[in-house]
Design a protein around this ligand. Structure first.
Ligand code: FES
Length: 271
């Protein structure tokens, strides 16, 4: 009985590995992919799965050694055990559209913050929300006539809270904070981020003003074309919270993405 149960478990595990291998075979940028696992009755596919399992065991062994030294590689190895349903081999370049399908145009940006509206779009995966902001001052990597249009991950880097609990606070909303230039704040546990300062560690992103987060929030690098249409091209900074890699762990996006209708954020000034 125990052997039978064990055999079932190994078979299920092989199927997971086979799904993982199929996922990354011939992947195309920006293409939503749903894959079936490779046919394990084919000895060639079974050999590929066995090879992948050997590599996985090596990774876990390395992770175990790192853990003895206080490292976190075991966490990475365990996340590797949960293959993503869909992933992307590289960042796609996708155009941003408003919720009604019309293009976002930098010279006639539709929203401001007088009504505290918050615009969200998914990129590069459909479970990776980002906030599109038109700041009051020129900002690093900003686009548009005043270099004020920027975008950041809307997943807090502390424990992963998403809108409406994390949002942008415009100047004057919380006097004295970030010299009244505006900031990003997560009401879950109080982390704040500075959209005007690129973090020097972790590959960039909005620098931390206050914890408990220990990582900056990733920034979406935007581009505009000659018609002033807006495109998301990649993220800089650490992986989005909860994902081993920003390009894996969820669903893909197509060649364009729509922003949300403005959401009303839950806001209270940090203390
Ligand atoms: Fe944002 Fe904790 S999840 S501060």
């Amino acid at each position: 009985m125990t052997d039978e149960k064990h055999a079932m478990t190994m078979k299920e595990f092989d199927l997971k590995v086979a799904t993982f291998l199929a996922l990354f075979a011939n992947a195309q940028p920006g293409v939503v992919r749903k894959v079936a696992p490779k046919d394990l009755s084919d000895p060639k596919n079974q050999a590929e799965v066995d090879e992948a399992k050997r590599n996985l065991l090596k990774l876990m062994a390395i992770g175990g050694m790192a853990a003895l030294g206080g490292g976190g590689a075991v966490v990475g190895a365990l996340q590797y055990l949960q293959p993503p349903m869909v992933g992307l081999p590289a960042y796609p370049k996708v155009q941003l559209l408003y919720e009604d399908g019309t293009p976002v145009v930098t010279t006639s940006y539709r929203y401001n913050y007088t009504d505290k509206g918050q615009i969200i779009f998914d990129y590069p995966l459909t479970n990776e929300p980002n906030m599109l902001l038109n700041l009051e001052y020129p900002a690093p990597n900003g686009i548009g006539p005043n270099k004020t249009i920027v975008a950041f991950s809307a997943i807090c880097q502390h424990l992963g809270c998403i809108p409406p609990y994390i949002s942008y606070y415009p100047p004057g909303e919380c006097p004295g904070w970030n010299e009244d230039k505006g900031f990003i704040h997560c009401t879950c546990h109080g982390s704040t981020y500075n959209p005007y300062v690129v973090a020097t560690a972790n590959g960039g992103g909005a620098a931390i003003i206050t914890g408990p987060t220990v990582l900056p929030i990733p920034q979406v690098i935007l581009e505009e074309d000659a018609s002033h249409y807006v495109y998301a091209t990649k993220l800089i900074g650490p992986p989005v919270k909860g994902h081993f890699n920003t390009l894996t762990g969820g669903n893909g996006v197509s060649s364009s993405v729509k922003t949300s209708s403005p959401l009303t954020p839950v806001q209270s000034c940090p203390t």
